[in-house]
Design a protein. Structure first.
Length: 343
């Protein structure tokens, strides 16, 4: 998949080029399933069925041919409203892929989800890249992500079945990742954004995209944001009863997750068991779903927990497994999605 990166600075300036991102259909499924739905109510409605719905959506509308992702003919016969919904979800999944592959951001959450948990996003950012000076719309971006160093990154995703995007849509995406200056966690800690990524994807004749980072200010302040982002991304597995999960040994590692079928083939979606056990120890006994949680916790202990989790992932990263297969997708966050009939 061709990607064009523009306007990155500092540690990320080497991204400014055209690159080919190797991404299979099962990769796209995994990323799309993990991002999930923007309008879910906190974490509670993020059931297994919702995640699987996104898997089937990708499989039904996207094909993989000669190294390229393509829309199936069936997609083009859909109503416009259906096309818009599918393009949106595919764009979200591709954004998650870029976050993981190029920015080393394994974890993302919807900005709306973080707002529901009393994170305040402060307006006042400067829009430094102007493509269409008449386009003033665009306020809230889609996603906030955190890397292993606890740095925060903003993402806006635009997906279209057309071959190119208008300057109006591009400018709106730039505005959406530019308008927020920083965010404030429930303790009052201020954290700015290391990158602001306007991710623009077109699906004709095959998938391709442009990623723009309008420069902005940043600081090294650590907030509690990573903690809630992680809790959101792993919630389903942290709260699953052990008898609901299957344990498999694949590629010399143990995984806990769900088996399901698609057609005549069996799939497995799970998490590295060591990661799951560590995160349950750190998070599962905490009532993060309560909006009053932070008013009864010690701020210093929370920040220390954020650092402990960050250090764990930095130490145990196994992304060097060198799995590059059309039927297996493994992420830096410890998730796996694979076709059991093909491995």
């Amino acid at each position: 998949m061709e990607l064009y990166f523009e306007d990155y600075e500092g540690d990320y300036r080497d991204l400014n080029k055209c690159d080919i991102m190797k991404i299979s259909r099962i990769d796209l499924c995994r990323h799309t399933m993990q991002v999930g739905y923007k309008n879910r109510s906190l974490f509670l409605s993020a059931s297994l069925y919702k995640h699987l719905e996104l898997f089937f959506m990708v499989m039904a509308n996207v094909e993989y041919n000669a190294g390229n992702l393509l829309l199936k003919d069936e997609y083009h016969s859909l109503d416009q409203s259906e096309k818009v919904c599918i393009s949106y979800q595919i764009g979200q999944g591709l954004t998650k892929a870029i976050a993981e592959r190029y920015l080393k951001v394994p974890w993302v959450a919807h900005v709306k989800t973080m707002k529901n948990m009393r994170y305040h996003f402060e307006h006042g950012g400067v829009i430094k890249k102007i493509i269409n000076e008449n386009e003033q719309s665009g306020t809230e971006p889609d996603l906030i992500g955190f890397d292993i160093k606890c740095r925060a990154h903003l993402f806006e995703s635009k997906g279209s079945f057309l071959e190119s995007m208008s300057s109006k849509i591009i400018q709106k995406a730039i505005n959406q990742v530019s308008n927020y200056d920083y965010f404030i966690d429930p303790y009052g800690n201020v954290q700015s954004f290391t990158t602001r990524n306007a991710c623009l994807f077109n699906f004709t004749p095959h998938f391709h995209g442009t990623v723009i980072d309008p420069p902005g200010n940043e600081n090294e302040k650590i907030s509690s944001g990573l903690l809630h982002c992680l809790y959101n991304q792993y919630y389903l597995f942290l709260h699953s009863e052990m008898d609901q999960l299957k344990t498999l040994k694949l590629f010399d590692k143990n995984w806990s997750g769900y088996k399901f079928s698609f057609g005549d083939e069996n799939y497995f979606w799970g998490i590295n068991t060591m990661y799951k056990e560590f995160l349950q120890e750190q998070l599962a006994n905490n009532n993060f779903n309560s909006l009053d949680y932070f008013f009864v916790q010690n701020e210093e202990e929370i920040i220390l927990k954020v650092q402990k989790i960050s250090d764990f992932f930095a130490e145990h990263c196994f992304y060097d497994m060198n799995i590059n297969d059309e039927y297996v997708s493994v992420g830096e966050d410890g998730y796996i999605l694979c076709n059991l009939n093909k491995i």
